[in-house]
Design a protein around this ligand. Structure first.
Ligand SMILES: Cc1cc2nc3c(=O)[nH]c(=O)nc-3n(C[C@H](O)[C@H](O)[C@H](O)COP(=O)(O)OP(=O)(O)OC[C@H]3O[C@@H](n4cnc5c(N)ncnc54)[C@H](O)[C@@H]3O)c2cc1C
Length: 378
């Protein structure tokens, strides 16, 4: 091995911290700040703003789209406390840096569940899941975490804190939660959030084997149009396997399953609640839409209408496509990750957005948390 010449670029970060960025194909930031309290974070935001230093908020870094080069990474990983859990009201409040898996475990320990939300990467942070950009129309009842966020706190420009209370939620004025939800940290840092948690209902995982993508889409469409709403869905074109988690009070659940069997197709396997939970954990640990996914550099996330996948078909018969994984379905919006050996160059009328997982856009703003954008004081 060659001796270092002494002229190499000296990173200010430790090796594990450098690895964090390398594993996500991200440029290393100039500096990292890792606040442990809301007060520390507020002081850092104020200071960065006063000095006009470019900064980017970083949760688990799975969905960072803007270049970190020359910026300060404001990491939320130490803001990871569960703040409140109310069984009566079905609400859970936590700091923004808590991991999705840790939040689910804490909620389940209290007899509630977050299983009505779609599959999400287990290491993703609550703040990152809320703040990430998500294209396309809002689709109610499809497990979007942003639809379940009833309150949040954020820190914007100097001295500007935003607190949307759990109760009373709003007496007057605009609802500014959506300045921060989907805002990619541009208007400030989400520091805390409250989600709807539910009591665990009876649940069953239906597994359909041997389905090519077109048949899986037809089946999902028929179930959707019968007004049956699943907790989560996962389809792999490579395995030709569709997994559908249904949750409902016992009698209703049995009726839904019987209706699907009688009118559409009998599942090849049924898994009970414990097996369903274990399957969810397994899939979330391997969620395909992550910058650290093994094949992230050859993968794109696509949001499109269901019809867009049919004409011309985008499936494993399309040249250079190795795998398609679907994680959300409604006729007007399907979310999938496509692994492709060559640049994905298929015409797709009906596509809402198409991004490489390891996309890097130019820095978004030189001045973080601009005051005019963060005019959110209550
Ligand atoms: C192209 C692509 C598509 C994806 N699609 C899906 C999908 O459809 N479904 C799904 O479940 N997952 C999807 N993911 C993964 C998912 O988006 C991430 O796991 C999730 O955004 C959050 O995890 P994170 O903690 O890694 O956030 P990060 O990647 O760290 O942050 C995401 C964004 O939010 C900002 N941010 C982070 N924390 C805060 C905060 N506290 N306050 C304000 N802003 C903050 C960041 O600056 C960044 O812009 C996708 C990922 C990629 C790359």
């Amino acid at each position: 091995m060659m001796e270092p010449s002494g002229r190499e670029h000296e990173s200010p970060l430790s090796a594990p911290r450098q690895h964090f960025y390398q594993a996500r194909a991200l440029t290393e930031p100039l500096e990292e700040r890792i606040p442990a309290t809301r007060g520390e974070l507020a002081a850092m935001v104020d200071e960065l703003h006063a000095r006009g230093r470019p900064a980017l908020v970083v949760g688990d870094g799975q969905h960072l789209r803007h270049d970190l080069g020359g910026a300060v990474a404001l990491r939320t990983e130490r803001l990871d406390q569960l703040l409140n859990l109310s069984r009566e009201n079905g609400l859970v409040s936590a700091q923004a840096g808590i991991r999705w898996r840790d939040l689910q475990d804490a909620v389940e320990a209290e007899g509630l569940t977050l299983s009505h939300y779609a599959l999400m990467p287990s290491t993703a942070t609550l703040g990152g899941l809320l703040a990430r950009f998500r294209p396309g129309p809002k689709t109610l009842g499809q497990g979007a975490i942003r639809d379940g966020c009833v309150a949040l706190a954020a820190r914007g420009a100097p001295g500007r804190s935003y607190d949307y209370l759990v109760a009373p939620r709003k007496a007057s004025g605009p609802d500014l939660r959506y300045l921060f939800i989907g805002g990619e940290g541009h208007h400030g840092v989400i520091t805390e959030a409250t989600l709807v948690a539910r009591r665990q209902l009876d649940a069953e995982l239906l597994i359909f084997e041997g389905l090519p993508l077109s048949e899986a889409l037809t089946l999902l469409d028929a179930i959707y149009r019968a007004q049956i709403r699943w907790q989560w869905v996962y389809y792999s074109a490579g395995a030709k396997r569709l997994q559908l988690a249904l949750g409902a009070p016992g009698q209703l659940l049995r009726t839904q399953v019987r209706w699907i069997e009688a009118h559409l197709r009998a599942p090849d396997a049924h898994l009970d609640l414990d097996a369903l939970r274990a399957r969810r954990r397994w899939l979330e640990d391997r969620h395909p839409a992550r910058r650290t996914h093994a094949r992230a550099r050859q993968a794109s996330a696509i949001w499109c209408t269901a019809a867009a996948l049919q004409t011309p078909p985008l499936d494993l018969s399309t040249p250079d496509i190795d795998e398609l994984t679907l994680t959300s379905f409604a006729p007007d919006r399907v979310e999938l990750v496509v692994e492709h050996g060559a640049p994905l160059d298929v015409p797709m009328p009906g596509v809402i957005a198409r991004w490489p997982l390891c996309q890097t856009l130019p820095p978004r703003s030189r001045v973080p948390f601009a005051p005019e954008a963060a005019d959110a004081r209550r």
